[in-house]
Design a protein around this ligand. Structure first.
Ligand code: PXP
Length: 254
């Protein structure tokens, strides 16, 4: 099994929304990501519409050739849009208005009823559901019971530590978080859930995660959804090349 790269193009839309310009063209960006080796395009239609707009979702749905993964909150009005768009995957995420980006995973224990009902909405469709959760082994069983097809492990805390965001504690937090990701991933895989990962990943901190193996030596993580660092790199080398560099890493035998 070779891991897949999903490229999150939210921040291409952020650049456009910053000035209200008709550019950059999201469809062109998605096409170039595909050319660079993206095996999925990911977007987050936020309730505050700070980057991706409804029209982007429907235009991308029509033009993207690889699977489309839509990150969306549990709000009924957002789920209604998601049903209409019928993406290949939906990743259910928590959302707070003031956050800079998605800050934590879903609280699957507190929100179990809402999550179960949201998943039921898509039961008769082709859309599959992933839950964006903290890398906590103990909650994987509940994710499975609620009907999820996949979990996306929130790698934000690990990544922050790897980028030395916890000061002197960083090395310790990094090791602990990596271990948490490994345990949660194994627990999810044993339950038959697909195991994805995302948030804060960059061209360096992804390497120790890529190296985690299953008992059969296959990589533990099946899919990575990566956005910010690829769009940042794109400012230097273009989005096709930025995607290719990450796709090569994801597919490499470390
Ligand atoms: N996965 C999920 C569920 C997210 O919410 C985000 C951020 O929108 C990402 C992946 C991508 O994170 P980043 O932009 O830090 O690579």
């Amino acid at each position: 099994m070779i891991p897949r790269l999903g490229v999150n193009i939210d921040h291409v839309a952020t650049l456009r929304q910053l000035r209200g310009t008709p550019y950059p063209d999201l469809l062109e960006a998605a096409r170039l990501c595909e050319r660079g080796g993206a095996e999925q395009i990911t977007i987050h239609l936020r309730e505050d519409r700070r980057h991706i707009q409804d029209a982007d979702l429907f235009a991308l749905r029509k033009s993207v050739r690889v699977p489309l993964n839509l990150e969306i909150s549990l709000e009924p009005k957002m789920l209604k849009i998601a049903r209409k768009a019928a993406p290949d995957w939906i990743c259910l995420v928590p959302e707070k208005r003031q956050e800079v980006t998605t800050e934590g995973g879903l609280d699957v224990v507190k929100q179990r009823r809402r999550i179960k009902n949201a998943i039921k909405l898509f039961a008769k469709s082709k859309t599959k559901i992933s839950l964006f959760v903290e890398p906590e082994a103990a909650i994987m069983k509940l994710c499975k019971e609620l009907g999820a097809h996949a979990v996306e492990l929130h790698t934000g805390r690990y990544c922050l530590a790897a980028q030395k965001g916890f000061g002197a504690r960083s090395t310790k937090v990094e090791a602990a978080e990596l271990n948490r990701i490994e345990l949660a991933g194994h627990a999810a895989a044993q339950l038959g859930l697909h195991v994805n990962a995302g948030h804060g990943l960059d061209y360096q901190n992804i390497k120790p995660i890529l190296a985690i193996r299953r008992e059969n030596e296959h990589p533990l993580i099946e899919e990575y959804n990566i956005g910010h660092v690829i769009v940042c790199r794109a400012a230097i080398v273009g989005i096709e090349q930025a995607t290719r560099e990450m796709a090569n890493l994801v597919r490499s035998e470390l």
